[in-house]
Write a protein that binds this ligand. Structure first.
Ligand code: LMR
Length: 441
């Protein structure tokens, strides 16, 4: 893959030089050249002419576009003159974001939020690298065209493709949304295998070509995938990227739990804090009401109905996805996109004092006694630098611990089903019956 067109976002006083996509790109590309699989598809560019900037004015150069400009989309092939804008001094360095399943429903909400500056901030230019499939390629072009037409000043590059080795080149964030849904009569083990293979391949591609500090958020849409394993598979196939950088989305469940607690307590949901989802995004997930707070007070003091907390609240959150599918006829999309935004913002902005957020992360070294070497949702705090620490000021009681162990058992059983994808030998799949997604009956 040649260089992609980039608008130089290099920030204050950086001049007008169009930059190759990402610093250090050459080295990463050399690495990728050694491990690259056959090219699946080239990313198309909808204009032929490249533009050149002179004295702060963009002028079209009608000559043939250089090879380095082939992998952009439409208007994003034009050079953006940062000096022409007085905001230039505060522009930050371009952030490269890959999104898989980019032609799907969740992405259709998410991409426009990313491009608007709502997620990374109004001074943060971004490049979007959209990964789709051969089948969805035309739709991918449609998405890119809508992004063009939206005239987002922070959106400096859009490229589309179906080869993760190309799309993930130098990315700082990889939002892995796409996965295969369960087909009629398909066994769960078969589905785990098909999707596991996708995330194994994507892990390998990230390992080969992404930024060494890429942050990976595994979502896996449409329904009937579970995030925990796929994040684990992905990280096991990317040994050169810190395992800590991989996340499985459980923020949607946290948001759902906050909403239910607010409803019951008769308060607005901004009063609800310290909500942890423990475990997996499945019906064994544990929405923690022991540590959660309403207006700074323990939930159990505000909501004295323990039966409601233990039964109705817990089940409502665990099965909210299914309730939505019944209404919509499909999985949640907008609220999932919002929760992805929340999950990213939780890592790029400091956590409010005393609070925490839930995210599925690698368990090795966790202070709670949860089995090592799985991906499990736990309470985290961030300084806003993209990194996080596990919260240690959490209480545990028998009810909470028992349920955590059940979610852990589910993950451990499913881990055996994907052993062939995590480098742990032969797979052995004997799943407990209650291994269900929020959307499954
Ligand atoms: C959700 O929680 O909304 C989805 O995971 C449900 C599903 O099974 O797709």
């Amino acid at each position: 893959m040649g260089l992609s067109t980039a608008y130089s976002p290099a920030g204050a006083g950086s001049g007008l030089v169009p930059a190759p996509l990402g610093a250090g790109a050459g080295a990463a590309r050399r690495r990728s050249a050694q491990v690259r699989r056959p090219r699946l598809a080239t990313v198309r560019c909808s204009v032929d002419a490249a533009k050149q900037v002179q004295d702060g004015v963009a002028t079209v150069v009608a000559a043939e576009a250089p090879a380095s400009r082939k992998e952009c989309f439409g208007v994003f092939c034009n050079i953006y003159d940062l000096k022409a804008e007085d905001k230039t001094k505060s522009w930050k360095k371009l952030v490269n974001i890959a999104v898989s399943g980019a032609a799907g429903m969740i992405s259709n909400h998410l991409l426009f939020k990313l491009a608007s500056g709502e997620v990374f901030g109004q001074d943060q230019p971004i490049a979007l690298k959209l990964l789709g499939s051969e089948r969805s390629f035309q739709a991918l072009e449609g998405v890119a065209m809508e992004l063009e037409d939206s005239l987002y000043p922070l959106l400096r590059e859009v490229s589309i493709g179906i080869d993760p080795y190309e799309v993930f080149q130098d990315v700082d964030w990889a939002l892995l949304i796409g996965a295969k849904p369960r087909g009629p009569g398909m066994e769960r083990a078969a589905l785990l295998d098909i999707n596991g293979q996708i995330f194994a391949d994507q892990g390998k591609a990230l390992n080969a070509v992404a930024s060494r500090n890429v942050k990976v958020l595994v979502v896996g849409n449409p329904c009937n995938t579970k995030y925990g394993h796929f994040a684990l598979i992905c990280l096991k196939n990317a040994p050169n990227i810190p395992a800590k950088n991989f996340h499985a989305l459980t923020r949607l469940d946290e948001n759902r739990a906050k909403c239910q607690l607010a409803l019951k307590a008769g308060v607005f949901y901004d009063k609800v804090s310290n909500v942890t989802i423990w475990g997996n995004h499945s019906t064994t997930q544990v929405p923690d009401f022991l540590n959660a707070k309403i207006d700074g007070r323990p939930v159990k003091e505000v909501i004295e109905d323990s039966k409601w907390l233990e039964e109705e609240f817990t089940m409502t959150v665990q099965k909210r996805g299914g309730a939505l599918i019944q209404k919509w006829g499909r999985s949640s999309a907008a609220s999932t996109a919002v929760s992805i935004v929340d999950a990213i913002k939780s890592l790029v902005t400091p956590t409010p004092e005393g609070d925490w957020f839930s995210t599925g992360v690698y368990t090795t070294g966790n202070p709670y006694g949860i089995a090592e070497d799985i991906v499990f949702s736990m309470p985290c705090r961030s300084k806003g630098d993209g990194d996080y620490e596990l919260a240690t000021d959490v209480s545990m009681d028998d009810f909470l611990w028992e349920r955590i162990k059940k979610s852990e058992a589910e993950l451990l059983a499913e881990k055996k089903c994907v052993a062939h994808l995590t480098g742990e030998g032969d797979a052995f799949c004997d799943l407990p019956e209650d291994t269900m997604l929020p959307g499954e009956k």
